[in-house]
Write a protein that binds this ligand. Structure first.
Ligand SMILES: C[S@@+](CC[C@H](N)C(=O)[O-])C[C@H]1O[C@@H](n2cnc3c(N)ncnc32)[C@H](O)[C@@H]1O
Length: 216
């Protein structure tokens, strides 16, 4: 198990933390947690402010393939796949990729190339047999559950691909970063310093890899 930045090829998005802090209300949090149109394609105060395919995941897909030593035809599951951008880019590289997400809106607005490869479901209850994937990814997904839910999700990822998981989760290194994160966050129910996350990984028996999403 290792800390590895598999998203290093992604462009760094600009976040107006101050504007979100001023605008954020309980309603914004409640609506964003529905993972519907407002979260993906509504105004920025509710989430992405427009979640569209632009090819930015293509180099990430290649980095994931290299990291796990995947071969054409290997099976990969993207947990929290949203509209299937990464699944599409993995398939384009010859990987037999699938996705699962709790959002019906995202699946109903998926990329045409991944129709039939995505299904509805929650990361803490993955409806697949033990060891059925060569790698399982969960990028900015499991932290949307509470701590117990994160443990369950990590156990599920480990069960499907022992030692071949990759999770990226919300974190912070300093008190100042924590404060910025808390001003920004809408959907995450659990977040912690890296040390706290590593305790959660251990508690779940998770032996895959990980990295942090840190704002500021
Ligand atoms: C921040 S988005 C990340 C999407 C994609 N992985 C990416 O990095 O662009 C979080 C995703 O997790 C999904 N999600 C939230 N709770 C979930 C759950 N319990 N199980 C599976 N997916 C969930 C949301 O619908 C959304 O697509």
């Amino acid at each position: 198990m290792a800390e590895v930045n598999l998203l290093r090829a992604l462009p760094q998005g600009k976040r107006n933390v101050q504007a979100r802090e001023t605008a954020k209300t309980e309603d914004h949090i409640r609506i964003s947690r529905e993972y519907g149109e407002m979260y993906f394609d509504g105004p920025r105060e509710y989430g992405y402010g427009g979640y569209r395919y632009d090819g930015r995941w293509q180099p990430v897909a290649r980095d994931i393939i290299a990291h796990f030593g995947l071969k054409p035809g290997d099976r990969v599951l993207d947990v929290g796949c949203a509209k299937g951008f990464l699944v599409k880019d993995l398939v384009a590289e010859g990987i037999d990729a699938y996705g699962i997400d709790v959002s019906k809106y995202a699946l109903m607005h998926c990329e045409p190339e991944v129709v039939g490869r995505l299904q509805i479901g929650s990361c803490d209850d993955l409806p697949f047999p033990d060891g059925s994937f060569d790698a399982v990814l969960a990028i900015n997904t499991i932290h949307n559950l509470d701590r117990d839910g994160c443990v369950r999700a990590l156990r599920e990822i480990e069960r499907l691909a022992p030692g071949k998981g990759f999770v990226q989760v919300d974190s912070y290194m300093t008190a100042a970063q924590k404060e910025i994160f808390e001003s920004w966050v809408l959907t995450a129910r659990f977040h912690d310093y890296p040390d706290g996350w590593v305790v959660v990984f251990d508690e779940a028996g998770y032996t895959g890899d990980w990295y942090w999403t840190i704002i500021g």
